[in-house]
Structure formats: C-alpha cells, structure tokens
Design a protein around this ligand. Structure first.
Ligand SMILES: Nc1ncnc2c1ncn2[C@@H]1O[C@H](COP(=O)(O)OP(=O)(O)OP(=O)(O)O)[C@@H](O)[C@H]1O
Ligand SMILES: [Mg+2]
Length: 234
C-alpha cells in the first residue's frame, strides 16, 4: 500500500516539471489560474428566470397590492441558510379580463420575492396544463404530481376556471385548493371569472375557500395585447 503511494508520488515529480515547462513556454505562469476571476455566482433570481416563460421573464409587479403581498410574505419568511424561506402566508386572487396583466403580475410577484431575498421553491401551471398533466395514463403517477403542486411552498395557478370542467377536474381542483387552504400555503391564482361566475364554474366548495384564503386584486383596463405600443398602458 505504502509502496504504491511512494511510486506514484515519484512519477508525479517529473510530470509536474514537464507540465510547468510547457506552460512557461506558452507564457503561462504557475499563478495564472489563481489570477482568473472566480465565476459569478448564479443568483436565485437568475435560476428562477430560467424557469419563467420568456414573455414574463422581466415582469415587475407594479400593482400596489401585489408588491404589498410580496413585502408581507418576505417579512414573514422563516430564517434559513440562504435567506428567509416561505412558511405560511396569505394568497392572492388576481382577477380581470383578458390581457389586463394578471399573469404578468403573478410572475412579477414570484420575482419580487426572489429580489427580496426569499429562498423560494415554487411551481407554476395553468389549470389547463394541470388537467392535461394529471390525466390518468399508464406508467404515470398523477397522485405524486398533484402532491408536489399541493405541497410546493409557493404555487402560481394561472387561468383558474378557463379550462373545460368535469366532475374529475372539479375534484382535482378542490383537492389542490383545499390542501393549500388548510396548510395556509401562499398561492397566486389568476382568473378571468368574476366572483359569481367563479362559484358557478368551480363549485361553491372551492369558491368559498378562495373567498377566505385570498386577497382579491382586480385588474381593469384594455387588453394590453391589442393596444398599440403608443397607447399601451404602463
Ligand atoms: N404592468 C405591465 N407592464 C408591461 N407589460 C405588461 C404589464 N402587464 C402586462 N403586460 C404585458 O401585456 C401582455 C398581456 O399580459 P398578461 O399575459 O399578463 O395578461 P392576462 O391578464 O394574464 O391575460 P389572459 O387573461 O388572456 O391570460 C403581455 O405581453 C404582458 O407582458
Ligand atoms: Mg394570463
């Protein structure tokens, strides 16, 4: 054992000498590597931006209720090694007609938490994608996927009530919302539906929980997608 180590050590000497000779010929001194700047650390915001759809990657939550929510969640965060983590907290229901900026504000809220230094595990899905993803099919554990979304410290549920519903979607949405309701998990929900319609489309059990667990943010104005750049509201 010792003999092997000694033989290996003896071989490294001439090899290292040859290597430094080659480097010296090329004008690279032994200190060259040490002088290179360390790689820039990747921030939590950069990591999150990579997961945010390109259209909302620079979203800045500029609605006062949304920024107030981000401040409140950041303040209530549990201290952790990389910054405060999200524990329990309130949720937002961002309501408004098409193109008023609901999804923009929701991703802006996720980014706002990260810029406030909150250590954040988050998931985002539209309800239509959620139902497609959880549809029973062989070899796929839909229950595990549902639990991952239900337990995620922060969930963005986009376009609630926009997908075609059935008893199955109603039950699945109920289980997801109910889990987040019971455990006080911060959830960002967007919808086109006004309150009364929300109840009709989603059922009273879901609407009732949303009424208690969320603060309503109402967005108004024209469809930002249709307004020309000159008239587009900021
Ligand atoms: N505050 C804002 N500042 C700049 N651009 C914005 C702002 N709000 C929204 N936008 C832009 O306007 C467009 C529509 O916004 P968004 O997709 O968030 O609308 P929405 O309300 O979610 O619509 P839908 O109900 O159809 O899902 C997007 O291109 C978005 O980037
Ligand atoms: Mg949207």
């Amino acid at each position: 054992m010792t003999a092997t180590l000694t033989r290996e050590a003896q071989r490294v000497g001439p090899l290292a000498d040859r290597l430094s000779g080659i480097l010296a010929d090329r004008g690279i001194g032994p200190s060259a590597a040490a002088e290179e700047p360390p790689p820039e650390p990747v921030t939590a915001l950069e990591l999150a931006d990579a997961r945010i759809p390109a259209r909302y990657r620079r979203a800045v939550a500029d609605h006062p209720q949304v920024t107030a929510w981000a401040d409140q969640i950041a303040r209530a965060g549990r201290p952790g090694p990389g910054g405060p983590g999200i524990a329990e907290g309130s949720s937002l229901l961002i309501v408004g007609p098409t193109g008023t900026g609901k999804t923009y504000q929701a991703y802006g809220a996720v980014r706002a938490l990260l810029t406030r230094g909150v250590r954040l595990r988050w998931e985002a899905t539209t309800t239509a994608d959620l139902y497609a993803r959880l549809r029973p099919r062989p070899g796929h554990d839909a229950e595990r996927d549902l639990q991952a979304l239900a337990r995620s410290p922060l969930l963005l549920l986009d376009d609630l009530g926009a997908a075609k519903t059935s008893e199955w979607t109603e039950e699945l949405t109920y289980r997801l919302i109910n889990h987040r309701y019971e455990h006080l998990r911060p959830t960002l929900i967007t919808t086109n539906l006004p309150t009364a319609e929300l109840r009709t489309v989603l059922g009273d059990r879901i609407a009732s929980r949303l009424a208690e667990m969320t603060e309503r943010v109402i967005l108004t104005g024209p469809d930002r997608r249709r307004s020309t750049p000159a008239t587009r509201p900021r």
